[in-house]
Design a protein around this ligand. Structure first.
Ligand code: GLU
Length: 288
């Protein structure tokens, strides 16, 4: 077996049927292409809990998602992330940023700059001003980029181009940013196929850019459609029976199979039938 796919849940709440469907698709795409499948718990944020993570892992196992090797917990890996941040810093690729969200929203932006892109306020501050600002607010660290568009290839979306702005690599509270942890972990776990919800498609150009900067190969991407409620909004816990605790594993599995156009007795049967060319491109409207 060469290469690996993975699922990387954040344990901030129980997985709902949309998350489980994404996990099953990630497993199917990995296994149908001869890859191993790995699991990573993205628990850097303080709003996550290990009890929730254990429930997520149990729910994934209950619908037949199987992974090899021990689960990787990001909270065990802060030393590795710090080393990567130091490496980037030693190449003069980082700068301190003292902006709040409000500062960024209110900053004047250059004409034609992409909405939401960091306006560059702290990029070229003189050291005297930095010393003063640092005393007021614990700085985040940002990557000094070319602020240019970057294109990735996605199985479902084709060529996708997004602006890579000076994104945060370490937050002001000292926590490594998602974009960095994901790239470092995927590389170190040997992940060469990233399958996840298409709400994260916009992150892919930044992550691929960072991978290139660190000399890592860029994985292949498949950003799969989300599951929506009948009102057309992203499915959430309040939309009724959406978790394994509500539905039971067998019913949840059968509904996911149906949404993908299959009838299968279990995950192995689904894998035997699975055709990557027939992943739906449209969101699944969960009947509720
Ligand atoms: N932890 C992220 C989430 O649960 C997914 C990260 C990824 O797959 O790259 O939304």
């Amino acid at each position: 077996m060469t290469g690996a796919g993975r699922f990387a849940p954040s344990p901030s709440g129980d997985l709902h049927i949309g998350n489980l469907r994404t996990a099953l698709l990630a497993w199917l795409l990995a296994r149908s292409t001869g890859r191993r499948f790995l699991m990573r718990v993205e628990d850097l944020d303080t709003r996550t809990s290990s009890a929730v993570a254990q429930r997520q892992l149990a729910d994934l196992a209950a619908i037949g998602v199987r992974w090899e090797l021990p689960v990787v917990w990001q909270s065990d890996r802060t030393h590795t992330y710090d080393q990567v941040v130091s490496l980037l810093n030693s190449h003069h690729l980082l700068y301190e940023c003292y902006c709040s969200r409000k500062d960024i929203a209110q900053a004047p932006t250059a004409p034609h700059s992409a909405p939401g892109a960091y306006p560059g306020t702290c990029r070229d501050l003189p050291e005297s001003e930095r010393a003063q600002r640092r005393a007021q607010r614990p700085p985040a660290l940002r990557l000094r980029t070319e602020n240019a568009p970057f294109t990735v290839h996605d199985l479902l979306h084709g060529e996708y181009t997004g602006l890579v702005d000076d994104f945060v690599v370490r937050r002001g509270d000292g926590v490594t940013a998602y974009n960095v942890a994901v790239v470092v972990d995927d590389h170190e776990q040997g992940v060469d196929q990233v399958v996840r919800g298409d709400d994260l498609l916009a992150s892919a150009p930044r992550q691929a850019y960072l991978a290139g900067l660190l000399g890592y190969p860029v994985p292949s991407y498949a950003h799969v459609p989300l599951v929506l409620n009948t009102a057309g909004a992203r499915l959430a816990k309040r939309d009724g029976a959406v978790t394994i605790a509500d539905l039971g594993a067998d019913r949840a599995f059968a509904m996911i199979c149906d949404s993908l156009g299959y009838t299968a007795s279990d995950a192995a049967d689904l894998l035997a039938q699975f055709d990557a060319g027939h992943i739906p491109h449209e969101p699944w409207i969960y009947p509720g």
